[in-house]
Every structure is written in structure tokens, then in C-alpha cells.
Design a protein around this ligand. Sequence first.
Ligand code: SF4
Length: 431
Amino acid sequence: MNEYDSGRIYDITKKINYKKTENLKEADCYILNTCHIREKATDKVYHDVGRIKKEFRDEKKPIVIITGCVAQAEGEILLKREKYIDAVIGPQSYHQINDVILNLEKNLNKINSTEFDVIEKFDTLNYVKNSDTNVSSFLTIQEGCDKFCKFCVVPYTRGVEYSRSIKDLVNEARQLVANGSREITLLGQNVNAYNFEKKKLSDLIFKLSEIDNLKRIRYTTSHPKDFTDDLIQAHKNCEKLMPLIHLPVQSGSNKILQNMNRKHTVEEYLKIIERLQEVKPNIRLSSDFIIGYPGETQSDFDQTLKLMKKVKFINTYSFIFSARPGTPAFNLQKIEEKSAKERLDIFQHLAKKIKSEYREKFLEKIVPVLFENSTKDENKYFGRDEHFNSVIVESNENLTGKIKNIQITKLNQNTLFGKISTKLVQRNFAA
Ligand code: SF4
């Protein structure tokens, strides 16, 4: 979502004649868009500001603005502790960035803009053309979260759930497709909680699928609690909807899920997968795991391993529990660090093994790939298959923006390599 926000911030600042530079020394204004989800995010801000300070030691200071969730969470503290920072702007206030910059150009006071104006933000953004020209683009459809998992900062930094209107989203999607986008990933902290005047995520997906040159639709990140039947049926009935779902589970133990306030059980989670696989046999899952959550015993951890072996997630993002200030889990008694690290190692080793076994089955298979760009070596093109695996192919034809059937001939841990195939794709192939 920060990538989407950064693009929109850029679109807004173009209106007051700012443009991007790759050369830090050239910058009149430096905007650091931050994420607060992991520990040390605030330290990174001070570190990056220190780097800018050093660059500009003997020169005119650029305007320095911190946006995003660290700005929201730390606000005034950032301004007080690091005088080089001129303004902090929260993720729901960045539509005001031009006023902030214009005021700072006039040397006015430091600015703290961290109100929750999500409606006003999108009302403003709807009138700013999205200039993203990527083949695969992001589109924020929903923000905020009402779930209040005990470890998570999102409800405090992004606020309560808010969904944009279908009309505005179709307009923005049409702009992206006119710019060259062929795949759109719909974004939301709780994307399947999307609800605008009783229209759900599945309604939006079907509406967007009517856009001719839009070839693929994805969405992230979902919550099991909001995985309703209409969304499951959309995977059966919407050809453009890709068969990979990122569905965070966090733990395989019901006791830990309850302690986290996750609002679902392992059994409910597995039921969703079963129903998805009934309607779309080639569907695959990726997930997030927190290892060593306070109170996690060896038996809880074993249940997480069991879940991993059962579902065989093709991608996982796993971290040791990190206590975020301001969340209810912050003061909980942590488990011994050594055990947490050992468990993470065991988990990641298993995840890697499952991923390797999954990938090995690709050899000689044919998969449809949407190509996003050429690599540094201009005759090679980078794209992704339906399950979001990276694929590289050599070609004299410009493949950017095209979908080709690719026969996989080689692979490594991160990338599949192949050649264009004239054979028909095995549409239901899923390793
Ligand atoms: S559902 Fe996701 S975004 Fe919402 S509180 Fe839980 S972890 Fe955070």
C-alpha cells in the first residue's frame, strides 16, 4: 500500500511542479514514506534522515517530510527529536501535502498533519489522475481495519475500515489500463472487508473484469473472517481473477489465535481453503506467520508446523513476534528468545522445503505469463505466472504487457526460466 501511496503522493506534488529525481543531491524536497509494521521502523527514519543531513552538510537544506504510518504513530516526537524534519503527514492526510510543501517553502513553522481524513483524502485523490504506467499496478480500494488483532498497529495508524466507491475505483482502474496496466492488485489492510453501499469485493471484481484490456485481477490482504461465499464463487466464475490468495493465518494453534484476537479458528481457516479448492482446483495459498507469540508452547508450535504441512503454502512470510508500542500485546511476557529463534528456523526450513518441492514440478510444464518489463539484458523479459512466480524468458520480440505461454526449462530458488511455447497451455496445471 505504501507503494501505491508513494505513487499518489507523486501525482499530487506534480500539480505544484515537483518531479521525481534519482539524484538525492538534486532534491529540493525529500519525502520519506514509512511503514510501521516491523520493529526498528522509527530507527530507520532517523537513520535515513541522518544520511540526507550528511549529503546536504554544506548545501541548502531540502524540505524533509516524513509520511506514512511512522509519521502517524510518532508524530510530534519525530519533529522534536530530529530538527531536520520539517513535517510529518499521516497516511490519511497526504492529500494535503501540497499545502504543507508550499508553506514550508515560505519558511513557515514545522507541520504535524496526522488527522484521520480518509474520506477527504479519497475525495481529493479521485480528481488527481493516476500516472502509474506499470504493467502490474496497485489500486487501494479499502483502508483501515476494525479487527484489532492484539499484535497489530494498523487499526491505530490507518484507522477504521473505509471502502471507496465502485464508480471511483472503476474510473481509476480505467486510467491505469489506459496507461498500459494489464494487471491490477486491489489493496486493503482488510481487502475482503470491502463494503460500499452493500456492494462487496466480489461485486467490484466482476465490475472491473468488464474492462477490456485488463487481463488479470488480484487482491491482498484478506482476513479469514471476511472470506464469504460470494468471493469463493468469484474464483469459480471470474476468469480474470488469479488463483493465488494471500490469506494470513498467523498460527496453527486455536489457543494462540484466540490470544491474538484473530476471530477465526484453524478449522474455519481450513474450511475456506477446502471450499476454494472445490470451485478452483488450481488455487494456491500464501500466508503470514508469527512465531513465538507470547504464551506459545512447543505443542502450539507443532500445530503450526502441522498446518504448514497440510496446506503446503507456496509462499510464507514468517517473523518472530515483535512487540509494537501501543498495541495490547506490547506488555505480554515474551517467550525465551532462544526458543523463538529455534522455532523460526525450523518453520522456515520446512517452508523452504515445501516451496522447493512445489517449484520442482514446474520443469517442462507450460504456464501463461504476463510480462512486465525487460531486464537489464534487453533481450530478456520478466513476468509472472498466475501464481505470481517470477519468470524470465529470452525473446527478440518485445513482450512487455503481453501474456505468453511459457515452457519452463530451468529454475532456481526464486525464478523460473523458460521459452515461448506454441503449445496450448495446461490451464489447470498447478504444481
Ligand atoms: S486483521 Fe490484519 S490489519 Fe487488521 S488488526 Fe489484524 S493483522 Fe492488523
